[in-house]
Design a protein around this ligand. Structure first.
Ligand code: ZN
Length: 202
């Protein structure tokens, strides 16, 4: 399986990092080795002094598809989840400055937290509330209505480039409130009142 990530999909997050508003979705990949195994703590990698959490709504692809029209996007997923796109912000800053790819900053081991998935029919996908708590303090509070590109539009966009396969996961971008993690932090993700994951940082 592959993990397809969308960057800069919420206007307030673009502002907080002083990024340009993209004219099309920003896309990058993580390998399956980036997935943090269930119940494992997240270890801050030695190559970074500034690892950030980014809570994101996840979409699990349910069948093969390419060149999918946005109006059929909904047929390619039944489940929605929540996860974290861990980002070595200091490493990413160097990549951005030099125009280099982001993989070292975003695709390292453990950088993809994939929490629980739930049937999409239980949610209003256009108005889905999700939160990240760091040590029980609310740090990110998002709603999918603020996405620049909706889930079905993202499926249409990325499937022009990559054949989607059953089991692939799309990270749909983070809202504002990203910040760094420290040893012993506990990060808890909540989607519509349900705890999707709880991760300890080491
Ligand atoms: Zn992200």
């Amino acid at each position: 399986m592959k993990i397809i990530c969308i960057g800069r999909n919420y206007a307030k997050h673009i502002e907080e990092l002083a990024n340009e508003r993209p004219v099309s979705p920003v896309v990058f990949l993580k390998p399956d080795s980036a997935i943090l195994p269930r119940k494992n703590p997240f270890f801050i990698p030695a190559f970074s002094k500034d690892v950030h959490y980014e809570v994101e709504v996840l979409v699990k692809i349910n069948k093969v598809g390419k060149h999918i029209d946005a109006k059929f996007g909904h047929k390619y997923y039944d489940e929605i989840g929540l996860g974290i796109d861990f980002t070595a912000r200091d490493v990413q800053a160097v990549c951005k400055e030099k125009g280099l790819p982001w993989e070292k900053a975003k695709a390292f081991d453990g950088s993809a937290v994939i929490g629980s998935f739930y049937p999409k029919k239980e949610f209003d996908l256009e108005n889905l509330n999700f939160q990240l708590y760091k040590n029980d303090a609310l740090v990110q509070d998002g709603n999918t209505s603020a996405m620049l590109w909706k889930i079905d539009e993202l499926i249409a966009y990325v499937s022009q480039y990559f054949t989607l396969k059953k089991g692939d996961v799309i990270f749909t971008g983070t809202p504002a409130g990203v910040g760094s993690v420290q040893e012993n932090d506990v990060l808890k993700g909540v989607i519509e009142g349900r705890e999707a994951f709880s991760i300890r940082v080491k």
